[in-house]
Design a binder for this molecule. Sequence first.
Ligand code: BEZ
Length: 253
Amino acid sequence: MSAANSWNPELYEARHSFVWQLGEGAIDLLDPKRGEKILDLGCGPGQLTQKIAERGADVTGLDASPEMIGQARQNYPKLRFVLEDAARMQFDGEFDAVFSNAALHWMLDALAVARAVARALRHNGRLVAELGGRGNIAQIEHAIATVAARYHGVAAPKNRTFYPSVGEYASLLESCGLEVRMAQLFDRPTLLQGSEGMKNWIRQFKWYYYDSLAGERADEALRETVDLLRPSLFRDGEWYADYRRLRIVAVKV
Ligand code: BEZ
């Protein structure tokens, strides 16, 4: 999660539990072992940090959002959570693994983050990560940009996410001394709960495109965005987000 975003943990936990439910596959890929020291990068409210702990690892959750870290500490008081920007963390060789689910795409200084991850890992330690990959939410972004251009003119706020291709991210990790052992880019259309699913998703994650508009105009712009998306992302009475995932495993050599 990024310090640049203001998070609403209640809405996030109530409506977007799929983030950590779908992230459990990435934990299987991590395959945490009893006693391993693991850093959960961008841990959010801590659900996956807890899953890693349940497998016997000694896990630390880290997030740049005070709201998320506050929620994580409340949810799992026995676990260790650190409020820190991943690009600035100073861990040095102490982790067997760094894990990250649905968080690295918020961290725009990807090179600084990769360097910090490489430094945090011991020799032969592994990074196991899942993030939005190239083409992630392309249809949603296009609809938002179309409506934002209409409402804001040319000065629509900038995109605040990073969705790399396999080649781009693998090269970046390699430049930091991480050897890429597995990389996979795949579509994961993701069910959004309820008839207001797309509206709620945009309110949670993309509201910065709308919040400088006066109240009624923001609601109108949101409605127009949802209407633009209906033909492609509303199917059989359900909303889907056009997620694409990049899964990557890399080892510090
Ligand atoms: C994602 O997990 O891909 C994502 C979540 C929220 C906003 C944008 C992307």
